[in-house]
Structures are given as structure tokens and as C-alpha cells.
Design a protein around this ligand. Sequence first.
Ligand code: ZN
Length: 503
Amino acid sequence: MKNPHRALICVLLFMTKMTVAADYTLVINHGRVIDPESGLDAVRHIGISGKKIVLVSEKPLTAGRVIDASGLVVAPGFIDLHTHSPTPLGEYYQAFDGVTTALELEAGFFPVLEYGTEISEAPLINYGAAAGYLGMRIFEKNGLKLSSGTPEPKPVGLKGWLTAAKFFFSDFDTALSASFKEQASMEELAALRDLLLTDLDNGAIGVGLALDYVSAAIQEAEMRMIFEVAAQRDATIFVHVRRGIDGDPAGIREVIGYAREYEASVHICHITHNAISNLELFLREVREARAAGVDVTTELLPYNAGSALISSAVFGRDWQTIFNISYEDVEWAATGERFNKEMWDDYYVNRPKGQVIHHYLKEEWTQRAVQEPGVIIVSDLLPMASRDKKVAPHNGAFSKVLGRYVREQGLLDLATAIAKMTLLPARRLESYAPAFLSKGRIQENMDADITVFDPDTIRDNATYQSPYQTATGIAHVIVNGQLIIEDGQQVEGVRPGERILAR
Ligand SMILES: [Zn+2]
């Protein structure tokens, strides 16, 4: 033998290779890795072991399972701060939009530990909720407990059964008018404070305050109680601010004012949908408050319509003036039919639980908001219960931004868009919910929640007429180290999602 060490070297090399292979449960090679926090945007190779990213390497890695991501972008999994769809269909369509963590923070849920019962046994992606203030109010005022997945609330105690009885003799609005229209008494405020504290103790990810839906009921004392509790606990309030007529900034100024006064942290939901024609002013309010040290952030739902129950408080007011629209701008979600006055008057009284889609925004406002630094992308996906029930096509929100606004229109660059879907939402949450310190990043020791997509083909396909369409270009999705989508196909039987609690 010419070289006596040759055999030994071969054995050592083989062992090294074996060790490396055994170190990773999954490897993603040759992808263009974009990590907004470190600024990395280069071809790298990622080693995953269990639930964690353990190596970001300049050299290809080996493992039992290797994904070749040549020509594809490898990004942190998208974190959606605003979804209302903890259903099997909802998480399926969100996964195909690159979402690895879907959170209900605007409405929240009460009691928070009962959120997502339809998916909790085997979640596909990570999920979680804020404390649902509106749900608490319905419980306190009307004795009804909402249950996740089924729209029918459960009566609790005498108050609940009285409300249930009212449903037989009156409409939805009347039966729940105590919750939606009446102020809270001092005793009720004390009870609501206790419920809020309890759900925060139970791990709610902040406070969900769908204020506009109970605008007539919640007045100063109640707002102060909510902000005081949130500030005391350092919990962010996620708020759908009160609407005035088109463009009135009073609603956003109100919550930023309380945030400043109480040193509370506040997140303004879907800014374009509240600003309407006055977007520049709303964006400036957020910018200036941030510059003055207020902890305020905001988000964009990249669609030009809204969607709500026809019985929502806003449609009991002068909605034509509020939205600056008329009957034909509103669509009955179940069929896609546009309204006229006669149909509206009929449905408003007789079909209060039906969903409507009201088209009231201009595309140029969405294009403007998506470019504003710091604005987070969300879906606001409404409950997807069954495919024969139409919902707004928000299950394409993330792929829409990447396809239309990044690739086709060049309104923002890829890394900036990815930051708005990953790092920025993680940062919004991480001081209160430490689980997010290890999400939204492709770095060693971070959670292996990863979305791999083709930047040349990614696009949303869901439309108002046909919402149940998966996006194009989502190649692989990894949740907690496991592939749930591989080569654009769902991996059967793999459901590695986890419930996320704040602590
Ligand atoms: Zn909202």
C-alpha cells in the first residue's frame, strides 16, 4: 500500500460524512436564503435537526432527507397576525400561502384556551390567539360563550338562557343588544377586568379589541380599564379602531392617545380599511407617534374590500357615508350577487348571520400602504368552514404581495416584503410572547418554520368568485422542522403545528 494512512483517512472521511448526515433530520440545499434580520441574501444550505435550524452553511449538506431549492427563495415561514380561520380548511389554504403561524389577534378569543378546538388535536401549522374582549363582553352581558369552529354560542347560566330565548322572539341585533350597544356598569367593568386578567394569565397573546363592532357600547371608562390592564401586563392591544365617516382620524387618534397616556403598546389593524381616502394622514399619525416614543405598529390587508356580517354594527349606521359607497358596491358573499336597496332591506332583517363583502378601497391606496416602512402584511382570513360557503379570498394575501407588488409592479424589494411577513410580526410579539424570539428568522437555533417559494412564479389564485384556490409557486413549507408541503403537494399525515401561548 502506497499510503498506509489511506484506509484510515477513508474511514475517517466516511465517519465524518456519517456524523454530518446523522446531525440533520432535513436539509435544504442551494436555495437563495433571505433572512431580513441579518441582511443575508445569498445561496446557502440549511441543516435542520428536530424542530430547529442548526446550521446555515456555505457548503451543501447531507441528510437522509434533502430538499434541492435551486432557483427558489428560502424565507422564514410567514407569520399572520390577523386571521379568523382556525379550521382545517383555513390552515390548509394558509399553508399554501406560505403561512406557518396563524394568529387571531384582532378579535381574539374568549376563553383563550378554547380557541381552535377544531384543529387543536392535530394542527397543520402553528396557531394562537389574543384575549377576545368582545367575547368577554358577550359572556358578561348576555351569558353566551362563543365556541371556536361553530358559530352558535353556548348559553351559560340564567342570563345566557334568557338571551337564547330572546333569539326566538327577536332578531340577532335585539337579542345581543346588551353586548353590542349598552355601556358596562361598574360591577361589569370589574368582572370584565378579571376575565381579561385571567385570559392573559392563561397565555393569551395580547388583547384583541374589535372596537368598531361595539363602538356604541364601549366608552371612556371601559377604554381606560382595557388600556390600564394591558399596560400593566405589557400586553399589546390589537385594535380595529372606531370608524367615523370616510377618512375621519378620530378613531386612530383615540387609541394612540391612550397608548401614549398609559405607555401601552397598540397595533392598528388593517390601516387602509380604516383610513379609506385619508391614508396619508393615518400613516403619518403612526409614524409621528412612533417617533415620539409610542409603541404603535400597523398592518395591511392587501385587498380592496372588507367583509363582515350584514348585522355588524357598522351596517346599522350610515354605512353609505362611512364607506362612501352604495348598495351595488356590496356583495352577498354566499352567491356573489350585488345588492340593491330592496334586497338589502330584506337581507338586513331576515338574514342577519350572512356575510357581505363591501368594495370600498382604491387599488392605489393598497399600493401606497404596502410600501410604507414598518407596515406588516396580514390576511384577515374569515372563517373557512366549508367549500360551499364563500369567503373573501384572503388566503392569497402573502403570495399576492410577492407576486403582484414585488415581482410585477416592483413596488418593494423581495427582502423588504419578506420582512413584513416574518421579522416584523415576530418583533411585534416577542417582548410579550417569547416564543417569537425564535421565529421569523433563518439563523442557527431558530425554529425551523420555513417557506420555500419560486419568486418567478409566485401568485395568488383565490378570487372573490372562487376563493378556494391555492397559490402558485409555494414549493415547500416546513413547520417545526417537518415538511407539510413538498414540491407543491401536501405531505399526507404530517401535522406538526403547535398552539402558541404568550408564556
Ligand atoms: Zn377588522
